[in-house]
Design a protein around this ligand. Sequence first.
Ligand code: NAD
Length: 485
Amino acid sequence: MVSRVIPVEPFDLVIFGGTGDLARRKILPALFRRFCAGQMPHEARIIGAARSRHGADEYKATVRAAIVEFVGGNEAQSDALEGFVDRIDYVTVDARGTDGWAELAGKMRDGCVRAFYFSVAPALFGDLAERIHHHGIATEQSRIVVEKPFGNDLATARALNDTLAEHFDEGQIYRIDHYLGKETVQNLMAIRFGNMLFEPLWNSQYVDHIQITVAETVGVGGRGEYYDKAGAMRDMMQNHLMQLLCLIAMEPPAKFDPDAVRDEKLKVIRALDAVEPHHIVRGQYQALDGEHPGYREAAGNPRSSTESYIALKAHISNWRWAGTPFYLRTGKRLVARSSVISVVFKDAPHSIFGAEAGRHANVLSIRLQPNEGITLQVTIKEPGPGGMRLVDVPLDMTFAEALGPEGGDPPDAYERLIMDVIRGNQTLFMRGDEVEAAWAWADPMIAGWTARGEVPKPYESGSVGPDHAEQLLRRDGRAWRGIKP
Ligand code: NAD
């Protein structure tokens, strides 16, 4: 089976913050890969726009270096790189001043898609939106792409939505959550809604519980100052894990269209119960043998009570999920880098093989990183003579063989999402009301532990997190699944 690449329309993509870390590590490499795949038409142009005083040639050199560093391999040495760099331009622009705006306006072409990627600090989002509008740089079909974090709580998210809404319609605003661009996340929707097999079982009658784990091995690194004001709840739980929860739990939308999907996701968030304090575990990683600093040292705040780990038990109060717990956890400096959603089905109601056969539950595991893929744990007879012994084996549903070598590696999340922006497809982007609803769920938890003066539980670097998180499931007669690379 050959994967089809359908070129997008000609476009002008302006990357505000085009010299920054995100642009160099993710956005430009993603565009380069789509260029190599033949998806970018010849007329496409990428305009870096940032405060640094560069000429276009200097910026082209920055782009070349970023591709060599972050894409590497043969692709980055080939003629393709020069072909890509030919499409690059640069304007020095001050988001808070007047510099560069007239020049940028002069560069925009009629008759092609205009997209503006806000890869700058969130404090500048409003300034950019206002100036793009004021200088007449956007048309009614133009799009803006907004990076995380989208607000710090409900009030700031609402204020940001209001500011953007002064200059752009909701249909023009693409709030990016790169977890939604992952191949497997979309495959989750295909598996749920494209097959008869799973959906009838997808409810509290057959599902015992669901686990969502996003584990990182890295610490806060150079982001300590920012992270200490955010913590795992704001940085990961309220956005990435919440989006995954929505896709797992939502009702089938009538159509695979942006508002139909996002309406269903919003209903899930609004059906979430308030999480009780004893169903939340917050942790902070400790130093490891003097090799890695502990969280407080890395954050530069010896008295910090910000969490680098959070686990919680959530409930969705609707007909489908009443009584099924959703256990969510995410943390830094854990034993392995692993993002997995596990749907744990109930045991068979009666074992014809007797008690000695043990308990065997089917588990559907959707692995987002590393090694994206889907497996279904099924119970079979252990091969060989000597009676009926049962064993659990994974049924690999990644279908790499069926899709063939021509299928190639799936595009990186940023590749897919940027091309969706150009195509004007908002399905995999968060709508303003979704973001606000997610903050409305998270805010009372944050306010609660702040008011109680709670200090996160220490956990060892390289472990699975604090013991209290293990107890959260043990109390319910369940256990977390292992965190495996
Ligand atoms: P960065 O500090 O590396 O780059 C910031 C960019 O903004 C630079 O190009 C700089 O020249 C430009 N800039 C700063 N002030 C400006 C002004 N007044 N006018 C015009 N340009 C100005 O930041 P980054 O890490 O690339 O992050 C950019 C955005 O992406 C932030 O909102 C961040 O939260 C978000 N984000 C970053 C990452 C990441 O991995 N770096 C991941 C997720 C989200």
